[in-house]
Design a protein around this ligand. Structure first.
Ligand SMILES: [Zn+2]
Length: 41
C-alpha cells in the first residue's frame, strides 16, 4: 500500500493501492496543513 504524506506536517494525506510499501511526499491543501503551529519542542 502506498501512502502520500505531507512533507511539511507529516500527516497522511491519502492512501493508494501499490504492490509495495511506498511513501510519497506532497503537501496538504493550503489552510489544512497542520504545520502552521510549528510546535516542534
Ligand atoms: Zn501538512
Amino acid at each position: 500500500m502506498g501512502t502520500i504524506v505531507c512533507q511539511t506536517c507529516n500527516c497522511t494525506i491519502e492512501h493508494f493501492e501499490d504492490e509495495k510499501v511506498t511513501r510519497l511526499y506532497s503537501k496538504c491543501k493550503e489552510g489544512e496543513c497542520q504545520a502552521v503551529h510549528e510546535d516542534l519542542d
